[in-house]
Unconditional design. Structure first.
Ligand code: ATP
Length: 437
């Protein structure tokens, strides 16, 4: 009779296949079919419901079991819930409604769990540091060696310095998602983005009534990241009072929420990021020396992109491929002129700027090639593009003459425009052709 009720309750749902059983023996013989949900009537002829529940949970812990009982027995319900039942429903006039509600709930939960699993596996691929962090220059190889250590020693703090856009956040994520802490939260706090007066509550949390407006107790970011990793962006901007509190937390591994009487032990790993050399900040008395040593842990320094020329083309190709994959565009290639143009630019905005330039180029081109005309620098640097290359005067002379020659294709015109002797132009052309040979 109850089986009929379930069938009626769910038969409109095309995604559900219902297999009814009338005794425990038949059901157990088919348990290997791996049911998502079992509705279990306690009044079976051959087995006790508790025994069936135990067997299901033993071999199929992910299968949810809803107990249906003729009596509303609270003690029994508590016991079965303790043993892993999802819910206990008494057969009263609301049984159908409760059952449908319960099944919907389980399905929603299972869907979320699946999505979470999927996301976790996508994240671990995305931040697999051997694939996600591009760099073959010597300096990046050194950084990657230390990243490897930071991944393995998941209780040691890490500090990362580097100009804006050099990849500090990417490194922090890669370290977290490859470490043993990967299943715990990765929490980011941008110190510069939070006003000083709110920062303490943000980091350490607060109790209800700790200050005007603290209407509810709230966990701080350190506690949110307990067992996981907290990435402190722009740590050098921590105010002096908070530097003291931060030091206490790092030294003792405990925090006290604002307005709380007791301390809480946390096992948060801290990765600090800073765009300035913290040692310099210590020398300038802006940063506490004791805190500096506590934070340092494994120190990583990301060189500016200008200092790792070897990686420019590699990174550009990586971003181009990524952009094409993400947007369903057929793969694009960089011409050698485009590569040369990229190599001649100093990228004051570092890798972030290179990524933006390459993505714009992918949008601008109408063919399968990205040429030099598609490479457009929109940097905000106040230095003109030409000067940011920091060439010698001689090299600048040659570059300008080459540009005029390309433009006018006539030595006389070039000499006249630049107000130089035509022999200078001829000599240069001769030198270039000799160099080519
Ligand atoms: N070595 C690298 N390989 C691949 N992508 C990189 C690399 N370095 C940086 N990126 C990419 O460049 C962009 C900027 O990196 P990220 O945000 O990590 O820099 P940051 O140093 O934290 O910057 P800021 O100090 O401004 O916050 C991101 O899209 C990141 O994925």
């Amino acid at each position: 009779m109850f089986n009929r009720l379930i069938v009626r309750a769910l038969d409109k749902d095309k995604d559900v296949e219902i297999v009814p059983f009338f005794n425990g023996t038949d059901f157990l013989a088919r348990l290997s079919d791996n049911p998502e949900v079992v509705t279990l009537d306690l009044g079976l002829p051959d087995y006790s419901g508790a025994e069936i529940l135990r067997r299901i949970k033993q071999s199929h812990p992910e299968t949810e079991v809803i107990i249906i009982s003729g009596q509303d027995d609270l003690k029994m319900a508590v016991q079965l819930l303790k043993e892993g039942a999802y819910d206990y429903i008494a057969k009263d006039e609301n049984v159908r409604e409760r059952l449908v509600h319960c099944l919907h709930h389980i399905r929603a939960q299972q869907k979320l769990q699946q999505e979470l699993k999927q996301l976790k596996s996508e994240i671990s691929v995305k931040y697999d540091y051997l694939q996600a962090i591009i760099g073959e220059s010597e300096s990046m190889k050194q950084v990657l060696l230390l990243v490897d250590k930071a991944v393995k020693m998941s209780n040691v703090h890490v500090s990362i310095t580097g100009e804006p856009g050099t990849g500090k956040k990417l490194l922090a994520k890669a370290i977290h998602y490859n470490s043993e802490r990967r299943d715990q939260p990765f929490v980011i706090v941008n110190v510069g983005a939070i006003p000083d007066e709110l920062m303490e509550g943000e980091l350490f949390g607060f109790e209800k009534g700790a200050f005007d407006g603290a209407r509810l107790r709230q966990k701080g970011k350190i506690e949110e990241a307990a067992e996981g990793t907290l990435y402190m962006e722009d740590v050098d901007l921590l105010g002096p009072d908070l530097q003291i509190k931060w030091l206490q937390f790092l030294q003792n591994g405990t925090i006290r929420r604002l307005g709380a009487k007791t301390e809480i032990r946390v096992h948060t790993r801290v990765i600090s990021g800073s765009t300035i050399d913290l040692g310099e900040a210590v020398r300038n008395k802006q940063f506490r020396e004791d805190l500096y040593f506590c934070l340092m842990g494994i120190p990583l320094h990301l060189p500016s992109l200008k200092e790792r020329q070897k990686d420019v083309v590699l990174l550009a190709q990586f971003f181009l491929k990524h952009f094409c994959d993400e947007n369903g565009i057929t793969p694009l290639e960089l011409t050698s002129e485009a590569m040369r143009k990229l190599l001649n630019y100093p990228f004051p905005g570092n890798v972030r700027e290179l990524k933006a330039v390459v993505e714009l180029a992918a949008v601008l081109t109408n063919t399968a090639m990205v040429g030099e005309d598609h490479i457009v620098f929109n940097g905000v640097s106040s230095t003109p593009d030409l000067l940011t290359e920091e060439l010698s005067l001689k090299a600048y002379n040659e570059k300008i003459i080459r540009h005029y020659l390309d433009k006018y294709q006539n030595v006389m015109v070039v000499a006249e425009k630049l107000d130089i002797g035509k022999s200078t132009v001829y000599n240069l052309i001769k030198k270039w052709s000799e160099l080519k040979e």
